[in-house]
Design a binder for this molecule. Structure first.
Ligand SMILES: [Zn+2]
Length: 251
């Protein structure tokens, strides 16, 4: 196989791997931001439930205080009633006491309502607190894993770029330019294998003559349809498979 061809095949492997790693490095912070956003929304929900519970308890205390005030008022009215002289006065006091008792009933009803509301809130807060604790641990662990993964990816990228640089300078200029042009215009894939008379990248069938020339492997040839650099891998004969390391297809 032409040395240029071997080199661009390797370049393609390296560039594809670089592309994958770069995509991963870019995706990891997005993933972490997403799970952190979810955590924050759960924290907000918990805060809202806690606030609702606090408001509930505050109102309950307030209503209890109001009941107490009404009870004190009633006992004062009852004291004053002992000194009344006329039936009208008596009735007036009695009316006032009745009114206070009605108020007390209203407050008691409201307290019952508040109690029935506070039970599910209280449960929700406790459940959410537990869940949030677990979620925080999980998010931190995932963020740590992502940081480690990113570091590892960056080191691998450095290595790949170093190797790429060393290979790129060995490729003849026209082949390199052809490679780079195809890589830019063909979504990063500049080199394609020919299998069963077809370009495996664009699936276009090749003319017989074209295929014969490609098999000879004497020149860099590009797919007539997608312009990618083509290579042809003859099947490896069975007797050569023992020495796989030396005779295996370069891909
Ligand atoms: Zn093609």
């Amino acid at each position: 196989m032409l040395s240029d061809l071997k080199l661009v095949i390797r370049l393609q492997e390296l560039d594809s791997r670089v592309g994958e790693l770069e995509a991963e490095v870019a995706a990891l912070p997005r993933h972490i931001a997403e799970i952190q956003k979810k955590l924050v929304s759960h924290e907000r929900k918990l805060e809202a439930d806690r606030a609702a519970l606090a408001a509930n308890q505050k109102e309950r205390k307030q209503r209890e205080g109001e009941i107490q005030a009404q009870e004190q008022k009633i006992s004062k009215l009852k004291d004053q009633m002992l000194q009344v002289k006329t039936n009208d006065q008596y009735r007036a006091f009695q009316n006032e006491i009745d009114f206070c008792q009605q108020e007390i009933h209203k407050f008691e009803d409201r307290i019952l309502e508040l109690m029935s509301e506070s039970e599910p809130l209280d449960r929700a807060v406790k459940v959410a607190e537990e869940a949030l604790k677990a979620e925080k641990v999980e998010v931190e662990a995932e963020a740590q894993t992502a940081r480690e993964r990113t570091d590892k990816d960056r080191r691998a990228l450095d290595e790949l770029r170093k190797e790429r640089g060393a290979i790129a300078v060995q490729v003849t200029k026209p082949t390199y330019q052809r490679y780079e042009r195809s890589r830019r215009t063909r979504k990063g894939i500049a080199v394609a294998e020919a299998v069963d008379g077809r370009c495996t990248a664009c699936q276009m069938s090749m003319r017989q003559q074209f295929l014969q020339d490609l098999r000879k492997g004497e020149q860099i040839m590009v797919c007539e349809s997608c312009q990618r650099i083509l290579f042809y891998n003859p099947p490896v004969p069975v007797e050569d498979l023992d020495g796989a390391a030396t005779s295996a297809a370069p891909r």
